[in-house]
Design a protein. Sequence first.
Length: 279
Amino acid sequence: MMGQSTNSSALDNISGAIVLAGAGKMGGALLTGWLAQGLDPARVAVIEPHLSDDIRALAAKGVRLNPAATDPGEVTALVVAVKPQMFREAGSALRAFVSPSTLVVSIMAGTTIGMLGEVCGGRVVRAMPNTPAAIGRGITVAVAAQGVQTGQRAAADALLRATGAVEWVDDEALMDAVTAVSGSGPAYVFLLAEELARAGVAAGLPADLAARLARETVAGSGELLHRSDLDAATLRQNVTSPGGTTAAALGVLMGDNGLKELMTRAVAAATARSKELAK
């Protein structure tokens, strides 16, 4: 079963302490989202060996930095946002914060529920966000291990929803394709803007104008897609007049060896690599 979560529990409904392990770009985005939604900073503890000035400043508001395992009291949720290659080393220290009933939410790519349970313990939710989370426009896909209770799934949903939309899947095997489509997907869109600007220069535009046109076209089109009830294919067709300039360009992009084939190969390559990283 797939679909947008119907759980809409507010962060205020999560009792106990929340420990965030890793306050880099993605972990920091989550923390910023929680506090912006009114979560009491005193209920949050951050474990991060390389504290930025922004994270340090939160200590003045009550966020606890690098606490001992006994300091936060009862830990309701541990959110793991460390780099996957550091998890084995960091995970053993994180286990001290976890009881058998603690919710453990991971946003690490390629880190399976089985590995999380082995290293950290607890009741595990594995999630894959993407970088637009930094502006509250991310999309996160999550899957819960057996044993995660309904209330804990709702708590995980609230924690993840602080940076954008959340989708849930029942089959962990889908997470590799999720990583390839939405986790890595922003890079594909940025590449589109990059190459559209380059093609504009090749067609005779000044480089700075081509860059601005490409940037605003990609950004504006994304916002139109976000706001519209129409699907992407219909929006594309609405731009395309028979025999016009757009149709000429799409004849190349949608022809043999065009974008369809390239994107299928790209997502397949990312999916395969995600599976390799999980081994």
